[in-house]
Design a protein around this ligand. Sequence first.
Ligand SMILES: [Zn+2]
Length: 155
Amino acid sequence: MKCPFCGFSETKVIDSRAGEDGTQIRRRRICEKCHKRFSTVESASLSVIKRSGIKENFSRTKIRNGILKATQGRNFESEELDAVVSEVVDSIRSKGLAEVDSYDIGLAILEPLRRLDAVAYLRFASVYQGYDTLDDFSKEIRKLKRSRKKSSKTA
Ligand SMILES: [Zn+2]
């Protein structure tokens, strides 16, 4: 990537973030010669392999919709939800893979969602992990309670 100001070919990335739809990455760069800053937008195609074997384009919107569904009626600010969406997108994007399993996307959503809200986590986990008995739910709730006790002790 050449500097648009002086044409020098050594530039350093100082910041990068995923674009709104998750298919582009914006990078903030600094020229190592003239020290001027500029932005570049890079496209990176990422496919999601669904359980059915069908491939589709990675979509930030779909991740957001999944999180919205799980947090419905829980009164979160859209900024709070966007932070979770960004965390998920960044963690998947940062692996630099061309393909990702839908199962791994679910896994990437679970942990930030658990930190955000226990109810939303359980809702999402119940769909994602296919809980079909009350027993599965009560096991998961016990696990949550244990981890909550642990974190309140350390806090
Ligand atoms: Zn320059």
